[in-house]
Design a protein around this ligand. Structure first.
Ligand SMILES: [Zn+2]
Length: 399
């Protein structure tokens, strides 16, 4: 199959007028479009004129429980061909691990942190309504990490948050980082305030899976993160929810997404808008701008899934398109935002077979009308999505 005369965003750069040939599920060739008249309209080709081809998108922070099949189908149908789960357990995790291995053509590919590290009696444990495999002391770290790898985790997530994770000590965080690194796996941290974020970074985590809320951020945060070589998944869409905004309504109002914003049944009570909290979003956008100018890899992620449903974040896939807009609103260029959803997460998580449009890469591709490298919202104008070269059914899920 060939997509002809298309603008390519290859994960890093914009390449106008390209022909992209797909063969056996991988990208076989990317060449400049020759001539004009006779190339367009070859039977079987996909006409790329006026359109942009992107690597399949990533959501670098989702929760796929309780129904990973449904979540991964919604993601794929929205152009998100790889999803990084950041805490799931129980039966949903078993199912996710099976899906990860099978990598079915109609579902987004998945990777998972498995169960996140919390202290005994944490709020997450109360939410889960059952005991979680908690970690109490630094001496537990090796056995705890081994148990996660046995249950199918691809990387380790630490909840370093007084409220949600319980009193996980910094010494335990440090021990978990060492245990993960000894086994050659990445470790990421959930923090929601600047101080714990800095402590987790100093303890050696590879990435933060949230930025944080607050009135301001320290001037050196970007350089501090760059010095430690971390990546950051800001999740602006959920931070905006914490700051009294209603991101779900904003997305549902876009006709291109309306049918893709999943309605939860039964409806989950959504927090009311609270303008008195809006100023707390400043720390997140200030930190993001520092990270971008310090060259810290920024990854697009949304935290879509059960824990955030009360904030109104429950449209798998649709929310990723919303996050891209928020990243641009906060100061990234559209090209930086698109890299955050393609090449940057692929590199950060070592998924070296995707995230770029280059010969030999998986043919996980998204074709959209318009030019999202100028107006990032054009990612919503989906024309086609391919996973390993197979075209997906983009029929919108029933309202
Ligand atoms: Zn999360």
């Amino acid at each position: 199959m060939k997509i002809s005369d298309v603008r390519v965003f290859d994960g890093e750069r914009v390449l106008p007028h390209r022909d992209v040939v797909i063969h056996d599920g991988v990208i076989a060739q990317v060449t400049e479009t020759a001539g004009t008249a006779e190339t367009a309209g070859t039977p079987g080709d996909v006409d790329g004129r006026g359109r942009t081809l992107l690597p399949g998108l990533f959501d670098a922070h989702v929760h796929l429980a309780p129904d990973p099949d449904a979540a991964l189908r919604l993601l794929a149908g929205s152009g998100v061909t790889t999803a990084l789960d950041m805490f799931s357990g129980g039966e949903a995790l078993d199912r996710m691990v099976r899906l990860k291995e099978a990598d079915p053509p109609h579902l987004a590919a998945a990777r998972t942190a498995g169960t996140g590290a919390t202290a005994p009696g944490s709020m997450l444990e109360k939410l889960a309504g059952q005991p979680l495999p908690a970690v109490e002391r630094p001496a537990d770290a090796d056995a705890w990490v081994d148990a996660r790898l046995r249950e199918g985790a691809d990387y380790i997530k630490i909840i370093y948050d007084e409220r949600e994770g319980g009193p996980l000590s910094l010494a335990t965080v440090t021990a978990l980082v060492r245990a993960a690194h000894d086994r050659g796996v990445l470790v990421v941290a959930h923090t929601l305030a600047e101080q714990p974020a800095r402590e987790a970074v100093a303890a050696g985590v590879d990435g933060l899976v949230h930025l944080f809320v607050g009135e301001a951020v320290g001037d050196d945060f970007g350089l501090f993160a760059a010095d430690h070589g971390v990546f950051v998944v800001p999740t602006l869409i959920v931070l905006r929810g914490l700051c009294g905004h209603r991101p779900y309504e904003h997305l549902a109002a876009d006709r291109r997404l309306a049918g893709r914003v999943a309605r939860s049944r039964p409806p989950i009570p959504v927090r009311p808008a609270d303008p008195s909290r809006n100023h707390l979003y400043a720390a997140a956008t200030g930190a993001l701008r520092q990270l971008a100018s310090a060259g810290v890899p920024v990854l697009a992620g949304t935290d879509t899934g059960l824990p955030t449903a009360a904030l109104g974040v429950f449209g798998y896939g649709a929310t990723l398109h919303g996050e891209l807009e928020l990243l641009v609103d906060a100061g990234l260029t559209p090209v930086q935002a698109l890299a955050a959803a393609t090449s940057a997460p692929a590199r950060a998580f070592g998924l070296t077979d995707r995230g770029l449009i280059r010969p030999g890469m998986r043919a996980d591709l998204v074709l959209v009308d318009g030019d999202p490298t100028r107006d990032v919202r054009d990612t919503r104008d989906l024309v086609a999505v391919w996973k390993r070269g197979g075209g997906l059914d983009l029929t919108e899920p029933g309202g």
